[in-house]
Design a protein around this ligand. Structure first.
Ligand SMILES: [Mg+2]
Length: 214
């Protein structure tokens, strides 16, 4: 009896030493698809952009001597790469991801397109700051226009010293530069934390469980 109790305690003790096994990768991928396909992803994006539109409406009502601006990220903010992400099984090499972007067939993320149109209609400067590289400019312009983003004040790509910088460093530097040019970035919208931060009056984070950019 004593031996049995010791044995039982040892089993309990060993179980307590086991790490918590992470969720199986196949199940995570299924959850990612479910979040998109059942409409929750779009619903959550819509909720954030409605907040952004309310905030912009308020700011437009008060005096704004600077060049009032909306900064938008592109991937998973203005344009959706979702079909390509599924094709690449939520992975793929950097080359495969860039090749997919360069096909220029991404569709607009509709709630953000509505925010964009609202901003344009109210003479707010719209500036895209993207982590895409300068050599992707033509394909990106073609894609933005075909998706309904037809005009902007500036479209900023990674180049020069920022080619190897983190998105946080690069995007913060670009917003600082815009501020120095006289823009008052009243709202900044992106799907990554690295899209957001200093040199914007208010940041709006869209959901993106699909990838992480530091
Ligand atoms: Mg993005």
């Amino acid at each position: 009896m004593k031996k049995l109790s010791i044995c039982f305690l040892l089993i309990l003790f060993s179980a307590a030493l086991l790490a918590k096994e992470p969720t199986n990768l196949s199940l995570v991928k299924a959850q990612l698809k479910h979040y998109h396909d059942n409409g929750e992803y779009l619903h959550d994006i819509n909720a954030v952009t409605l907040e952004a539109m309310r905030y912009l409406t308020l700011r437009l009502k008060s005096p704004h001597p600077g060049k009032i601006a909306l900064v938008l990220d592109i991937d998973e903010t203005s344009l959706s790469n979702y079909p390509d992400m599924v094709k690449l099984d939520f992975g793929g090499s950097m080359k495969e991801v860039i090749d997919a972007e360069d096909k220029g067939h991404d569709s607009a993320i509709e709630p953000v397109l509505r925010l964009y149109r609202f901003a344009i209609a109210h003479h707010v400067a719209v500036i895209f700051i993207t982590g895409r590289y300068e050599y992707q400019r033509d394909a990106t312009i073609h894609n933005l226009k075909s998706a309904g983003f037809t005009t902007w004040d500036d479209l900023i790509f990674r180049q020069g010293i920022y080619n190897d910088a983190t998105a946080t460093v690069y995007k913060t530097a670009m917003r600082k530069q815009l501020q120095q040019q006289g823009y008052d970035i009243v709202l900044n919208v992106g799907d990554q934390k690295s899209d957001l931060g200093q040199y914007a009056d208010k940041n709006f984070k869209l959901p993106d469980p699909y990838y992480f950019i530091p």
